[in-house]
Design a protein around this ligand. Structure first.
Ligand code: DGL
Length: 281
């Protein structure tokens, strides 16, 4: 029997800004033949300091744009904050035939596979930490998680200061606090989850500052693995991995020029032109 031809699905990827391009990069590496449509809600970034209600409303608008106007059959919620606080609202906003994949559960699963002590550290935005979504997901995998908000890191990355002495110093201070607080709780963490779209860009500095035996989990990679598993399940076979030029479309709700300028740094390839979208209020 002949294998049916692969019809490239449209995969919608959503973030509050362009940090989520780190997730898109991981997705392209796994499914190079898919079509990708990415929206960054740059007009309303940051989500990490907003309430659940507001985040849910904003995220649902982007999800609807990707499904209704871009024809996405799969949605990857690259934004950790939206995944933590609005995954159910996003699922409710789109037809049930659309697969919605967030980054929290795949990140916790990867932490479980990496950790030997069963104790993990999670760094994320304020809203993500306050939701305890990572702690809950980690507990479901038999892990104890210690979460810390690192609110200064997003603006530093947005500024393009990914390899800057100020950023290195900020990370050092956060880590001193993190290690002291985790030790005071009697934890022996051996795994660190990067629970924010922007943190993979800081991975080289983070790895320099973190204890030598600490395993670093990039939730972008884990979410991309989760999408691949879903596609394999839906197609009944692995999607083709033959290198190809992916079809990419980018949208932002503001700051299109900045997206075009800094986006390639996050994506690791030129972003090209970015469409401006008005999602309403
Ligand atoms: N995308 C957000 C996240 O991954 C970080 C930026 C923001 O606060 O909106 O949590």
């Amino acid at each position: 029997m002949q294998t049916p031809a692969f019809v490239p699905p449209t995969i919608g990827v959503f973030d509050s800004g362009f940090g989520g391009l780190t997730v898109l990069r991981a997705l392209i590496a796994r499914v190079p033949q898919a079509r990708f449509s990415f929206i960054g809600d740059t007009a309303r970034l940051p989500y990490g300091s907003k309430s659940r209600r507001t985040i849910a409303r904003y995220a649902a608008q982007s999800a609807r744009f990707l499904v209704e106007e871009q024809g996405a059959k799969y949605l990857v919620i690259a934004c950790n904050t939206a995944s933590a606080l609005a995954l159910d609202a996003i699922k409710d906003a789109v037809p049930s035939s659309v697969s919605v994949i967030g980054v929290i559960s795949p990140g916790a699963e990867a932490a479980r596979n990496a950790s030997k002590t069963g104790d993990v550290l999670v760094i994320a935005t304020d809203a993500t930490v306050q939701s305890h979504a990572y702690a809950i997901a980690c507990r479901a995998h038999g892990l104890r998680a210690f979460e810390k908000a690192c609110p200064l890191l997003v603006p530093l990355v947005e500024e393009g200061w990914t390899d800057h002495p100020v950023t290195a110093e900020v990370i050092r201070i956060y880590f001193d606090e993190l290690n002291a607080d985790a030790a005071a709780q009697g934890l022996h963490p051996d795994t660190l989850v990067l629970g924010c779209t922007h943190y993979p860009l800081l991975r080289p500095i983070i790895e320099r500052v973190a204890p030598a035996n600490m395993r670093v989990i990039d939730s972008a990679e884990s979410a991309a693995d989760a999408l691949l598993r879903q596609l394999r399940f839906d197609l009944g076979a692995p999607p083709p991995s033959t290198p190809s030029d992916p079809v990419l479309q980018f949208f932002a709700t503001d700051s299109v020029e900045k997206f075009e300028r800094l986006g390639s740094q996050f994506l690791g390839r030129p972003v090209g032109s970015v469409g401006l979208v008005d999602l309403g209020g």
